[in-house]
Design a protein around this ligand. Structure first.
Ligand SMILES: [Zn+2]
Length: 95
């Protein structure tokens, strides 16, 4: 089955988060691979999204839209590393 790369998640995930998650690092719960979410293998578009680990094929996240609501399952991730944007903005203002 053909797949797209994780960058196709940008629009769908941006609607759920106030940051851009495809550029954040995450760790696979199954194999401990660390990569940007944008490096995941994504299946299922346009019905929804199933993002699988690039290393072991574990399901990292699932996004399903039904009746005007989006459901997000992230149980395949050990963690998602999010930059503290307020701290980053402060550092940028000093430069
Ligand atoms: Zn994995």
């Amino acid at each position: 089955m053909d797949h797209l790369d994780g960058n196709v998640l940008a629009g769908a995930t941006t609607e759920l988060f106030v940051f851009e998650p495809t550029a954040t690092h995450c760790q696979c719960e199954a194999c401990a691979d660390i990569a940007m979410l944008g490096q995941a293998m994504v299946y299922g578009y346009p019905m929804g999204f199933v993002a699988r680990c690039r290393n072991c094929d574990n399901v990292l996240i699932v996004i399903v839209e039904l009746a005007g609501r989006k459901s997000l399952n992230m149980r395949g991730l050990r963690w998602l590393r999010i930059r503290d944007q307020s701290r980053y903005d402060h550092i940028q203002a000093q430069q």
